[in-house]
Design a protein around this ligand. Structure first.
Ligand SMILES: *[C@@H]1O[C@H](CO)[C@@H](O)[C@H](O)[C@H]1NC(C)=O
Ligand SMILES: [Mn+2]
Length: 504
């Protein structure tokens, strides 16, 4: 009885103090806020706005209206020396790579399917298990295999800037097959403009296969461009392996590729052309399908974009009519996508670090693509699919990887981090889709506080850098302090009060 009263009393005091904090914020805000009613209002998380196929079309999303003031303002307000455009002297002249010609008689040329004679069917099935794709077929195909030009007609005579930034390609692999890994490497070498491809960085995430050791290191030394092999000491997962690779990048743009891809003709220029216009643009190619059965190259639709369901699984959906209208029906125009598949994309290196790179607390695989998508949109960047850039990827029915601790546990853990850090009150949709509430939810939100705050800080930083220019710094310093304290404070209070219900 006495105990209960004391608790009630404590909670009251605590709540009152938070109210004081809130008032302090309001005062500070209104003190500095000649801009609140005017030109610079905080941006809605566009990813959510885009997914909710809403009728209230926001004209500020219109490219023509956004582009000019954007570019101008970016030039003025580079926060922490981050300029939105490149120094022209740092860019490179380039020429399209020559077309890879078919070798007569080789299987799979021109992206055709490979047929395995029935006498080898047993062997094929045996080898399929190693990587969950038709390894026998892959091994028969040339590392330099030719492909059809799958681009839309309108793409073939597009003119791209004469000067573009250089890129380094980062490929993470774990027990990848020799032929698919090196076909990825060769297709990038063969089909990228020579001056624009700085290097390829292969990150081995604790593979156990012999040929990926010394043999690979010796082989890459013979390649016509610098290719490095880095190794994680123990199984670290996709994110940490990518971060390791990214550290080594010397090009201006980082391009992440999966380890079983084939780059097609003219894949790189359209990606870099968007980044050179605005360094906050993160771009993905269209991801075509390389059949896991026959290695046939199958063109994917350019009418789908990335979304997600409330279990926070990435999903492809049909492009909304609103986005088609914004692009004036031009199917070759860049497509603003809410989320990306995550395996294949290019991002300016400095911007990658400016927005906080990846969430290192995520394990193995899963959720990092949504995390990066939300991060980009909420930190003032733009996420696009470039329909004139095509890269093929071997899609598999089953993942061949092992997940220490179990797949679902890891994927749930990662998704919960996404929800906690980036989704504010929308996270409740996620938690209501996942059984095992509310302990799970409470546990995660305690667990994620540090990351969550840094997410908020990043969002605010982007907002201030974008909208307040010179004033931002002093304003920001003050506000972030109160904000961080208040956030931690309120959360602790909530936790205490939840553990000790007032009416007990
Ligand atoms: C691929 O083609 C290049 C020349 O374009 C050649 O030097 C190289 O040896 C070829 N690689 C393989 C594995 O056939
Ligand atoms: Mn893959």
């Amino acid at each position: 009885m006495f105990h209960g009263k004391l608790r009630l009393h404590t909670c009251r005091i605590i709540l009152l103090t938070s109210l004081v904090w809130f008032l302090v914020d309001v005062v500070i805000l209104s003190f500095y806020s000649e801009c609140l009613g005017g030109s610079c209002k905080p941006k809605e998380p566009e990813s959510l706005a885009l997914v909710a196929d809403s009728k209230d079309y926001d004209p500020s999303l219109d490219e023509n209206k956004i582009e000019d003031p954007h570019v101008k303002r970016f030039k003025e307000t580079s926060s922490q020396g981050f300029s939105l455009t490149y120094e022209p002297s740092s860019l490179k002249k380039w020429r399209p790579a020559p077309v890879v010609l078919p070798v007569p008689g080789k299987p799979g040329e021109k992206g055709k399917a490979v047929r395995i004679p029935s006498s080898q069917e047993e062997l094929m099935k045996e080898k399929f298990k190693l990587n969950q794709f038709n390894l026998l077929a892959s091994d028969m195909i040339s590392l330099n295999r030719s492909l059809q030009d799958v681009r839309l007609e309108g793409c073939k005579n597009k003119v791209y800037p004469r000067l573009l930034p250089t890129t380094s390609i980062v490929v993470v692999f774990h027990n990848e097959a020799w032929s698919t890994l090196l076909r990825t490497v060769w297709s990038a070498i063969n089909r990228s403009p020579k001056n624009l491809l700085k290097e390829i960085i292969l990150v081995d995430d604790a593979s156990e296969r012999d040929y990926l050791g010394r043999k690979l290191e010796e082989y890459v030394k013979t390649l016509p461009i610098p290719v490095y092999v880095l190794r994680t000491e123990k199984r670290s997962g996709l994110i940490r392996a990518r971060l390791l690779g990214a550290k080594k990048v010397t090009g201006q743009v980082i391009t992440f590729l999966d380890a079983h891809c084939e780059c097609t003709e003219g894949w790189l220029e359209p990606l870099l052309a968007r980044i050179v216009e605005n360094r906050k643009t993160v771009v993905c190619p269209i991801i075509d399908v390389i059949s896991d059965e026959s290695f046939e190259y199958i063109t994917a639709s350019d009418m789908t974009w990335g979304g997600f369901n409330w279990k926070l699984n990435f999903r492809w959906y049909r492009v909304s009519q609103r986005e088609m209208d914004r692009r004036k029906g031009d199917r070759t125009a860049p497509l603003r996508t809410p989320t990306m598949a995550g395996g294949l994309f290019s991002i300016d290196k400095d911007y990658f670090y400016e927005i906080g790179s990846y969430d290192e607390g995520m394990d193995i695989w899963g959720g990092e693509n949504l995390e990066m998508s939300f991060r980009v949109w909420q930190c003032g960047g733009i996420l696009e699919i470039i329909p004139c850039s095509h890269v093929g990827h071997v899609f598999r029915d089953k993942s061949p990887y092992t997940f220490p601790g179990g797949v679902s546990k890891i994927v749930l853990h990662n998704a919960a981090r996404v929800a906690e850090v980036w989704m504010d009150e929308w996270k409740d949709f996620y938690y209501s889709m996942v059984p095992g509430l509310p302990l799970f939810s409470l546990g995660y939100w305690l667990f994620c506080q540090e990351r969550r705050i840094s997410g908020t800080v990043l969002k605010l930083q982007a907002f201030f850098a974008f909208s307040l220019g010179g004033l931002a710094k002093s304003y920001w310093d003050m506000w972030s302090l109160t904000f961080v304290f208040q956030n931690v404070y309120v959360r602790i209070i909530q936790a205490i009060c939840r553990h000790h219900p007032i009416n007990q």
